[in-house]
Design a protein around this ligand. Structure first.
Ligand SMILES: *[C@@H]1O[C@H](CO)[C@@H](O)[C@H](O)[C@H]1NC(C)=O
Ligand SMILES: *[C@@H]1O[C@H](CO)[C@@H](O)[C@H](O)[C@H]1NC(C)=O
Ligand SMILES: *[C@@H]1O[C@H](CO)[C@@H](O)[C@H](O)[C@H]1NC(C)=O
Length: 314
């Protein structure tokens, strides 16, 4: 009896896995991608690092519950020409490697909405979030089982995006992305920038959200998402779930919004936004026309990914 109890505990600890379900609710194909920061942990999802997801299709796979510093996102308007492993074969979100993202360097090219995870197999707490720190390219919702909170950015921010940040655009001229102020390089100095929380602005104290251009555009529409690197202080960016709930997670691209689009205006900043509501939905990309990427869209180096840098999360 004691032995079998031990065996049970042993099995639970060593082999606990979660089921992740990735559903493409968009009326067009996206190419989901998975990246794990292997410097933070070696557990990886039991699935390929990239695939084609046609409209309204689902895949599911097992993920070890020690998965740490991982992300799932969607790539838009991709072609994968033979022999070309460049991230630029997708209009945004592309990774080096081709259809399968390179396990070491395939972090994804901004702008891209990220679903980020550090499961608590070893720490006792799952951390997860939807991040707009690298900008936006698709609406995403993370739905845990077991009653833990939904994290999401359910709106198509492309057509709502301030002109300065909008793009890339598909062949019809539709904005399939919205860059963060950092990625767009609006202050011209990404290595010492209050928008990027870099240089002397690299702490929560020296990089308040009030210093981040367009923060309220992203946070206003998507209050449950990360809108800048130190957004933990908002209390609605980084989400947790007790790991012994053994939550499964569904990641949905283009979720059906479960409420009205926010009608928000930013606190008194000099920048005015067009917070008009939109009835248009994303056009179905037909684009084979790969836009050249602009300054600031360089791929982050592995290990310097933008998973929220709270010490608990990494
Ligand atoms: C996973 O996918 C299979 C087949 O696609 C389906 O039968 C099964 O119910 C799914 N499991 C979960 C937990 O979603
Ligand atoms: C790969 O494709 C991209 C996007 O079309 C293009 O810019 C680049 O030149 C290609 N690279 C090679 C090596 O063919
Ligand atoms: C993020 O965490 C890494 C590793 O702990 C650390 O070296 C780096 O300085 C942190 N970056 C910021 C912006 O706090």
């Amino acid at each position: 009896m004691h032995l079998s109890l031990l065996a049970l505990v042993f099995v639970r600890v060593v082999t606990a896995v979660r089921t992740f379900t990735v559903y493409n609710g968009c009326p067009f194909t996206v190419w989901p991608a998975i990246y794990t920061n292997l410097a933070a942990g070696t557990a990886v999802p039991q699935y390929q690092t990239g695939w084609q997801a046609d409209a309204y299709t689902t895949v599911n796979f097992s993920v070890p519950d020690a998965w740490t510093s991982g992300r799932i996102w969607g790539r838009r308007d991709c072609t994968f020409p033979a022999g070309n492993t460049s991230a630029s074969t997708c209009l945004d979100g592309g990774c080096t490697g081709g259809l399968l993202c390179d396990v070491n360097t395939g972090t994804g090219m901004p702008p891209a909405t990220l679903a980020e995870f550090s499961l608590g197999g070893t720490t006792g707490t799952d951390f997860y979030d939807v991040s707009l720190v690298d900008g936006y390219n698709l609406p995403i919702r993370i739905t845990p089982t077991s009653g833990c909170a939904v994290a999401e950015c359910p709106w198509d921010l492309g057509p709502l995006c301030p002109t300065t940040l909008a793009g890339p655009f598909d062949s019809t001229g539709y904005p399939v992305g919205c860059k963060s102020a950092c990625i767009a390089g609006v202050d011209g100095n990404p290595s010492k920038s209050p928008n990027c929380c870099s240089g002397s602005f690299n702490t929560p104290q020296t990089c308040p959200s009030s210093g981040v251009a367009f923060y309220w555009f992203f946070k206003g529409y998507c209050p449950n998402a990360y809108a800048y690197p130190f957004d933990e202080s908002s209390g609605t960016a980084l989400w947790t779930c007790p790991s012994n709930n053994l939550a499964d997670y569904t990641i949905t691209f283009c979720p059906a919004p479960d409420g009205a689009e926010p009608s928000v205006s930013p606190p008194s900043t000099s920048t005015s936004f067009a917070f008009e509501s939109t009835t248009s939905w994303m056009s179905t990309p037909s684009s084979m026309n790969i836009m050249s990427t602009t300054t600031g869209t360089t791929q982050p180096a592995p290990g310097s990914d933008t998973l929220p840098n709270s010490s608990v999360c990494i």
